[in-house]
Design a protein around this ligand. Structure first.
Ligand code: NAD
Length: 442
């Protein structure tokens, strides 16, 4: 099939590349000239394991191209995917200006070519319920009829995006006509050969499904974060509790790991957007309001432990940080808990030396030259008063503790991701603070 993908970010680039890999002809459109230059030079602008090989292969096969020319892309496609940003607006709602601006342009382009075949415009961005209808109205306003707007939310996880796209646990399609449903189904069939479902529904249900999934996951992790704080207060170990509860198949073992709050480009804004829509529709989701509040508070939990340890005074102290990205296997810094923690350290007069395997370039956007960036994890430790673990990258799991001991001013670790066992830390003689486990004080 002939496809275009408008917005070539974390979702759009993976979507375009994976569709191309199934033999489709894909034109990716972006309006960021820097990004386009990288893409046209066969450079992947984001860190996403496994993407580069597929990306290069499909460019070489001439199935994957990049342009800023929306008209050319629309005129040469049967299906046009919108994977545009839907950031949080000031009032918490999803800002749809990027989606609507492109929809209007598509309307004008289609109007110029009225003799053209039926087109499908797909909202792959996460958009509030009712957006398919609004997008349809915008395109119709241009005087176009032979098209349908379809909702097809994306569930990929950064860090596993290629695998998730290639073997989705489910594909959700919200469409009205049999024609659109059949075209979308045949596009996705090669991805679900193992039998995972393609769930066809109405656009409203499809739009709500995406917010429901993200908000439920945000709630699950927030429950564990609050439970972890409670465990610590009563001398229980959240790791043992997690295992005890997760073996119940109704609860499940996944997504029960407590930490320093969820971040990223999706959960925070999607929870807020659902709260906002629910208020607008007089069906307020009060539970989610609490989830958002608890999560914001959780981002300061580690900072509070640090301040308490140093009796409220960290002026002149230096902290080594391992991990800046909001989660491992991505370079994405959007809403990362490291931002809250590092800002807090700096405001209290401390200095920071930081290492992340992928996110340091993006971190510079947030901290500029206010912190030191090192390219080797042990370099951050030199003359530091403590090590902070803020992202659970694999390479932090089994470090050379002898080197850490030699470089740090004292054996002190604040672990926001429970990467080490308390027994190991006790045996190694560390003062060790983690989440939901009784601290070890030496
Ligand atoms: P992103 O910011 O990484 O990418 C968006 C891209 O759109 C950028 O490259 C930007 O330059 C481009 N763009 C903006 N305006 C444009 C225009 N007028 N014409 C052409 N290109 C334009 O965003 P993302 O993380 O890929 O997210 C896109 C959507 O997918 C959002 O709604 C998000 O909530 C949703 N989503 C994201 C993830 C994720 O893990 N990142 C997962 C599922 C769903």
């Amino acid at each position: 099939m002939k496809l275009s993908v408008v917005g070539t970010g974390y979702v759009g680039l993976v979507t375009g590349t994976c569709f191309a890999d199934m033999g489709n002809e894909v034109i990716c459109v972006d309006n960021d000239p820097k990004k386009l230059e990288l893409l046209n030079n066969q450079i992947v602008p984001i860190y996403e394991p496994g993407l580069e090989r597929l990306f290069k292969r499909n460019i070489e096969k001439e199935r994957l191209t990049f342009t800023d020319n929306l008209k050319q892309a629309v005129n040469n496609s049967d299906i046009i995917f919108l994977s545009l940003p839907t950031p949080q607006d000031e009032d918490g709602s999803a800002d749809l200006k990027y989606v609507f601006a492109v929809a209007e342009e598509i309307g004008k382009i289609l109007k110029e070519n009225e003799d053209k075949d039926f087109k499908i415009i797909v909202n792959k961005s996460t958009v509030p319920v009712g957006t398919s209808e609004k997008t349809t109205a915008l395109i119709k306003k241009a005087g176009v009829e032979n098209f349908e707007v379809v909702s097809n939310p994306e569930f990929l996880r950064e860090g596993f995006a290629v695998d998730d796209f290639m073997k989705p646990e489910r594909v959700v399609i919200g469409a009205k006509s049999e024609q659109a449903k059949n075209i979308m189904k045949s596009l996705y069939e090669p991805f679900v050969r193992q039998g995972n479902p393609i769930l066809i529904m109405d656009p409203q249900s499809s739009e709500v499904t995406k917010y429901a999934a993200n908000s439920f996951l945000a709630t699950k992790i927030t429950f564990m974060n609050e439970l972890a704080n409670f465990c610590e207060a009563v001398g229980a170990d959240v790791d043992l509790v997690r295992k005890g509860m997760g073996t119940d198949s109704r609860i499940g073992k996944r997504f029960l790991f407590p930490g320093i709050g969820y971040g990223g480009s999706c959960f925070p804004k999607d929870v807020n957007a659902l709260i906002k829509t629910s208020i607008e529709k007089n069906s307020e989701m009060t539970l989610l309001k609490k989830v958002d509040q608890v999560n914001k508070k959780q981002k300061s939990v580690l900072l509070n432990k640090i301040l308490n340890h140093f009796n409220g005074n960290i002026k002149g102290k230096k902290f080594a940080i391992w991990g800046l990205a909001f989660k491992p296997n991505t370079d994405d810094m959007r809403e990362a808990p490291s931002i809250t923690i590092i800002k807090g350290l700096l405001e209290n007069g401390a200095t920071v030396s930081a290492y992340d395997p992928a996110a340091m370039e993006n971190a510079k956007f947030h901290f500029g030259d206010k912190i030191e960036y090192v390219h080797e994890q042990y370099d951050a430790l030199k003359n530091s008063d403590a090590l902070l673990i803020l992202t659970e990258w694999n390479e932090f799991r089994n470090p050379e503790f002898d080197r850490i001991d030699n470089l740090l001013n004292q054996k002190l670790i604040f672990d926001g991701r429970n990467v080490y066992s308390t027994k190991q830390m006790n045996d190694l003689g560390y003062t060790y603070y983690s989440i939901g486990r009784v601290p070890i004080k030496k």
